[in-house]
Design a protein around this ligand. Structure first.
Ligand code: PBG
Ligand code: ZN
Length: 335
């Protein structure tokens, strides 16, 4: 047998495989853990009292009416799933160029937030997506003028939406529009109305990604004309992710986010190292649907893949993970 200075003979005294010998040992020395407390379940909320519409491109996920949402959240709480992210799906007739209905006290998200907080109180953390694209008739995330999304005129609309959600009892509002200065505008609007304890989870790093495809199907929120590259980030960039995150931190964000997650693990790591704020990773619709589609065909083992993917996000530095897999992962004991 040969020898070397650090390890004696090869194979030698130091054998990493010893700690992999049994499940007991492996779980004891496991470096990263993903727990129910870290997971956030997204929901698509309809205005109807009763509705349950399957989403073809997202098996296992549905658009829910107000009552079905309450029941689903109640069942999820039993699994230890204590945080939700709400997306509103207003009727087509409510949409207009400015997305005014986004701030309406009768909007599906405002109503759902009110009844969730009334029913579950502190048991449940309610986070609401703040963006105009589901409420504008053109499908862009801000006010559109001659083919361009205007930045500053969009800010009051976003702030009004955030205020409506906060007044309904949202614990955190989560702006996903990518307008410059929206975190500051929302923070000021909340503070002016004695809503200083409502937090902001900023989608600070949101790429213009094809991974949002199934979501736009589910939420009917695809832009009618053009794309979102004028406001969402170029997938080629990472320094810009740091810049966006530090800006949002200065503007008063309480938590940051990187979205999507899996193709951006390096970005999660960078942002984790540059900011002290808690960081969320958004495991988006296309990432979910790709796993689902392959699993349905028997090409991938869903439980093992989901575990591997969620651990990758946590290992990269995500403190919190927003994922459509949350319910099944907990129910199945996949983590
Ligand atoms: C709205 C919004 C989108 C997502 C979250 N908020 C879509 C988009 O920006 O086009 C994507 C979520 C997902 O794909 O799961 N601005
Ligand atoms: Zn949007």
């Amino acid at each position: 047998m040969t020898t070397d200075s650090t390890n004696g003979t090869i194979p030698g005294r130091i054998r990493p495989r010893r700690l992999r010998a049994s499940q007991r040992l492996r779980s004891m020395v496991q470096e990263t853990r993903v727990t129910a407390e870290q997971l956030i379940m997204p929901h698509f909320v309809l205005p109807a009292e009763h509705a349950d519409e399957a989403i073809a491109s997202m098996p296992g996920i549905a658009r829910l009416g107000q009552q079905e949402l309450l029941r689903q959240v109640e069942a999820d709480l039993e699994l230890g799933l204590r945080s939700v992210l709400l997306f509103g799906l207003p009727a087509e007739v409510e949409k207009d160029p400015a997305g005014k209905y986004a701030a309406d006290p009768q909007s599906p998200v405002v109503r759902a937030t009110r009844s969730l907080k009334k029913t579950f109180g502190e048991e449940l953390l309610v986070i609401t997506d703040v963006c105009l694209c589901a409420y504008t008739d053109h499908g862009h995330c801000g006010i559109l003028h001659e083919g361009h999304v205007l930045n500053d005129p969009s800010l009051p609309c976003l702030a009004a939406m955030a205020v409506a959600h906060a007044q309904a009892g949202a614990d955190l509002v989560a702006p996903s529009d990518m307008m410059d200065g929206r975190v500051a505008a929302i923070r000021d609007a909340l503070d002016d109305r004695d809503l200083s304890s409502t937090g902001i989870l900023s989608y600070s790093v949101k790429y213009a990604s094809a991974y949002y495809g199934p979501f736009r199907d589910a939420a009917a929120s695809a832009p009618g004309k053009g794309d979102r590259k004028g406001y969402q980030m170029d997938p080629a960039n990472v320094r810009e992710a740091v810049k966006e995150s530090l800006l949002d931190e200065e503007e008063g964000a309480d938590m940051l986010m990187v979205k999507p997650a899996l193709a951006y693990l390096d970005v999660i790591r960078r942002v984790r190292e540059e900011s002290l704020l808690p960081l969320a990773a958004y495991n988006v619709s296309g990432e979910y649907s790709a796993v689902k589609a392959a699993a349905e065909r028997g090409w991938l083992d869903e439980a093992a893949i989901v575990r591997e993917n969620l651990f990758a996000m946590a290992r990269a530095g995500a403190d919190v993970i927003i994922t459509y897999h949350a319910r099944e992962a907990l129910r199945g004991g996949w983590l």
